[in-house]
Design a protein around this ligand. Sequence first.
Ligand code: ASP
Ligand code: MG
Length: 415
Amino acid sequence: MARIVMKFGGTSVADLDRIRNVAARVAREVVRGHEVAVVVSAMSGTTNQLVGWCQSLAPLHDAREYDTVVATGEQVVTGLLAIALQERGVDARSWQGWQIPIETDDAHGKARIMGIDGADLIRRMGLGQVAVVSGFQGIGPDRRITTLGRGGSDTSAVALAAALKADRCDIYTDVDGVYTTDPRIVSKARKLDKIAYEEMLELASVGAKVLQTRSVELAMNERVRVRVLSSFVEMDPNDPLDGDKAGTLVVDEDEIVEKQMVAGIAYSRDEAKITLRRIPDRPGIAAAIFGALADHNVNVDMIVQNISADGMTDLTFTVGKADLPRAQATLAEAQPQIGHAEAIADPSVAKISVVGTGMRSHAGVANTMFRALADKAINIQVISTSEIKVSVLIAADYTELAVRALHTAYCLDAA
Ligand code: ASP
Ligand code: MG
């Protein structure tokens, strides 16, 4: 017998039939003798609509009232799922964040969970009751409803799993696991049976949108075993272990026996490149540029600076595509302090990243990447590395070609 938190995303609860299907999956775990708590998201599309309503009334609306509005999407689903479970004879009860309570800080719209008292839920689970909990929401120190930021119900589920000392947190979504790369681009992408927390964290932050980054961070810190699986794959009624071997398990590196050098390849087209031409090469220049950008809330990702002989240098860096206009305005305003001759923006770039804990112990990982890209005549514009990741910036037109070439070069193609 295990204690399991099951989380269902928006597409898994998008209508009443799907909610019935979720109830069947939950009931199956209960029948197997497991203690179960469920975390749900809003029906897909609901949160976007609620956000849109707030924006239509006032672009700069009060964040506390925004939370009051957008938190409602989850509440509906908890009630409906509890009813569907009761219909199947399962003793189920709905819970909103404030009722548990899931305590957060006061950053309305992007709150962080500060603590969850799991004692009452643990007692009720011991009596066979299934708690159906609203994801994405909590209660702040001002006793008002808070929300955790978009995609936050993954984080709710992992935090609840930690508080309940659950054996596992199963995240049901519309894909059947974590892949070596985007299967829409590479038909030979393979589903991974296991992936290390660190790898999942790097992949989540460089564009693989399976789990909210924050939830992976939390799972890693709290050592919560997370499984990503699909709620749309048919259940096999004759296989008692069906489900236990499905999906991808996100776990500690030590649990992964056959370590691959590279676990996965991610890409992001959400970047833009800026080159500052002919800046005076003297102390304080980087501080002037990146200080001004930080003051205007522009996040900078990759950076390269050239050496140059005549005391002038070029500097290239990337920002989020959505931040590009703000970055350009900031640089224009700070031009007298920075002294650059021109600022060239290029939004047609993509960042390709290879990720794997195997890089810690294998040499030549980056070189395999450069070789594979060179063989396809793809020019590398910027490079950055971390302990378990190598990223390059290339022209956006070559994204798919690059991802496919790298998938083959690192021997990730399915047979
Ligand atoms: N319903 C919320 C959203 O759409 C939370 C979630 O789905 O994780 O962002
Ligand atoms: Mg989600």
